[in-house]
Design a protein. Structure first.
Length: 256
């Protein structure tokens, strides 16, 4: 555990899965947490759970693909808790899996709009807030093993996640001199609502016989295990780490 007392963490996509587990872990470490996502009821329930456990949290309903929402999200964080020390850009969708010949233009735009443009917008406004405070900070973006690997019918999702490597490395180089570290966490298969939707799209047979056997630990990860990697990269224990990727994937990308 890290001591994050008096620190402020902002987590997008916090209503579910990896984002929710990350927000809870920040709170357990003593940070004040701003939780952002599209679903207000679930965010309110998360805030109540964090407060019931003795933590501090605030919810802000946000669509990360909309510039005005992202600006309002960052203003909410600064207005509520004074500043942002840690920002986790985790919100994402799997979209519709489709052959390139059938993939609707609008679906390409929707997936790239949330998974790639959304992270761009978040980093832009988070970095402005961190620079204005002048106390450094840490940003973690959430990619995927599909930041390195493609799969048939996954062109929009994989492109969005590959793009996060360029976005993360470039921005980390820009902000390092001001004491802001930027890293990318690339999970493998994680037991969340997204994973179950993706499994339904791919089919149990492809998943059980094609995907799972390539995971050397032979199981899906738990959201809490990914949260540990994210919170570590924000913590002082990672003070010399910037511009890199950490891949908690149970060994999925070790071998072909
Ligand atoms: P999830 O579906 O459980 O949660 C996704 C979260 O993102 C939800 O809170 C949702 O409301 C939010 N979200 C979606 N679109 C949004 C938008 N436009 N604006 C704001 N919030 C939005 O999924 P998860 O598995 O927890 O995924 C979290 C991240 O991890 C995603 O970026 C995903 O691509 C990545 N990831 C997941 C897996 C996996 O197997 N679950 C693997 C690799 C990467």
């Amino acid at each position: 555990m890290s001591n994050m007392q008096d620190k402020v963490a902002l987590v997008t996509g916090a209503s579910s899965g990896i984002g929710r587990a990350t927000a809870e872990l920040f709170a357990t470490n003593g940070a004040k947490v701003v939780v952002a996502a599209r679903r207000g009821d679930e965010l309110d329930a998360l805030v109540a759970a964090i407060e019931a456990a003795g933590g501090q949290a605030s919810a802000v309903q946000t669509d990360v693909s909309k510039s005005e929402d992202v600006q309002a999200m960052v203003q909410h964080a600064v207005g509520t808790f004074g500043r942002i020390d840690y920002a986790v850009n985790n919100a994402g969708i799997e979209g519709v899996f489709s052959a390139i010949t059938e993939l609707p233009d609008e679906e390409w735009d929707r997936v790239l709009g949330i998974n790639l443009r959304g992270v761009f917008l978040c980093m832009k406004h988070q970095a402005r807030a961190m620079l204005a405070a002048g106390q450094g900070g840490a940003i973690v973006n959430v990619g995927s093993v599909n930041s390195f690997l493609g799969f048939p019918t996954g062109s929009a999702y994989c492109t969005s996640k590959h793009g996060l490597i360029g976005l993360t490395t470039s921005v980390s180089a820009e902000l390092a001199v001001q004491g802001i570290r930027v890293n990318l966490v690339c999970p493998g298969i994680v037991d969340t609502p997204m994973h179950h939707r993706a499994r339904n799209l791919l089919g149990d047979e492809i998943y059980d016989q094609g995907v799972l056997p390539s995971v050397h630990l032979r199981r899906a990860g738990r959201p809490e295990e990914i949260a540990q990697a994210i919170v570590f990269l924000c913590s002082d224990a990672a003070s010399y780490i910037t511009g890199t990727t950490l891949t908690p994937d149970g060994g999925l990308t070790l071998t072909v």
